[in-house]
Design a protein around this ligand. Structure first.
Ligand code: HSE
Length: 308
């Protein structure tokens, strides 16, 4: 086998209370990587369809950087060509760089005979995040590769936990057509946090994880609260408070910023409510005259997968 194509899904990172530690995978959109083994010993990014302004130099492209990290770990100088097709818009807040890194490392791993488990691949894809944002965070790449809801219990050493979630949990994600660079959205965060806010936040992380396992939708809803990051970053998103209010009024369990924004997500019990949330979110931005895209998806339990 010399060539294959992998799809890696978009993701909602942070999930309100879990800055840099919680994330979930969506069914769509996603990025595709068509990866081919070559007779050379370098990594070549041949194209990045739908995002022609992203760098193609392998040491600046997130997929190239992630694959290089994998090959370095193996001590391999096998060459690869990588053709990317972006389904996830850069700067959307649903893990655009993560989807490219995830698709590329999963494809290369398969072509090399699966030397690594999916969880082990997260470490390499994180190097793509370091390249894109300055920080090697794992809360997008872990769910994009592994699927489902994931918790980064520890970064040093890296410890990724896949969390069961109820079947009827749906996400609605609206992307107002603005670009927020994660690098910039991280710069606006202050270095430290209040102890009282930390207590609220870690109580909610524990509550959310317990709610997911016990399929307690009310507990999930009570726990979707972010007192640390949302108050600062929401200022970067026009209409944020109105969208949030409309989302909750439409029946969502909770609502917050997806990743570093500007996308906003709501979680709901059942597809019907998720679609009511879709209509309510869309109405707000229609009134504002802001273009948007909306995705409604269950939690994607599979993550990155070979599609050709
Ligand atoms: N945890 C990261 C952040 C996710 O919020 O900066 C970026 O998508």
């Amino acid at each position: 086998m010399n060539q294959l194509k992998v799809f890696a899904p978009a993701t909602v990172a942070n999930v309100a209370c879990g800055f840099d530690v919680l994330g979930l995978a969506l069914d769509y959109p996603g990025d595709e990587a068509l990866v081919t083994k070559t007779n050379k010993n370098d990594i070549v990014i041949t194209a990045c369809h739908n995002a022609e302004n992203l760098p193609l130099a392998a040491d600046k492209n997130v997929a190239g950087v992630a694959v290089k990290a994998l090959l370095d770990k193996l001590g391999s100088d096998q060459g690869f060509e990588i053709e990317l097709t972006k389904g996830v818009k850069p700067g959307s807040g649903i893990g655009s760089s993560a989807a490219s890194s995830a698709a590329a490392v999963v494809a290369v791993n398969e072509l090399l005979g699966t030397p690594f488990t999916k969880k082990e691949l997260v470490k390499f894809a994180m190097e793509g995040e370091r390249c894109a944002t300055g920080v090697a965070h794992a809360d997008n790449v872990a769910p994009s590769i592994c699927g489902g809801f994931t918790l980064v219990r520890s970064y040093e050493p890296l410890d990724i936990i896949k969390i069961d979630s109820p079947k009827e949990l749906w996400a609605t994600v609206i992307h107002p057509q603005l670009e927020v660079k994660t690098r910039d959205a991280r710069r606006v965060l202050k270095g430290g946090i209040d102890l009282s806010k930390a207590i609220t936040q870690w109580g909610n992380v524990g509550g959310l994880v317990a709610g997911l396992y016990s399929e307690d939708y009310d507990l999930i809803g009570r726990s979707l609260v972010d007192v640390v990051i949302e108050p600062i970053r929401s200022i970067l998103i026009p209409g944020y408070e109105k969208v949030k209010r409309a989302t909750i009024e439409a029946g969502a369990l909770g609502c917050s910023i997806s990743g570093s924004g500007p996308s906003i997500f709501g979680l709901s019990k059942g597809e019907e409510t998720a679609n009511k949330v879709k209509a309510a979110m869309g109405d707000v931005y229609t009134q504002y005259g802001v273009d948007f895209e909306i995705h409604v998806s269950q939690v994607n339990s599979e993550g990155a997968k070979v599609i050709g």
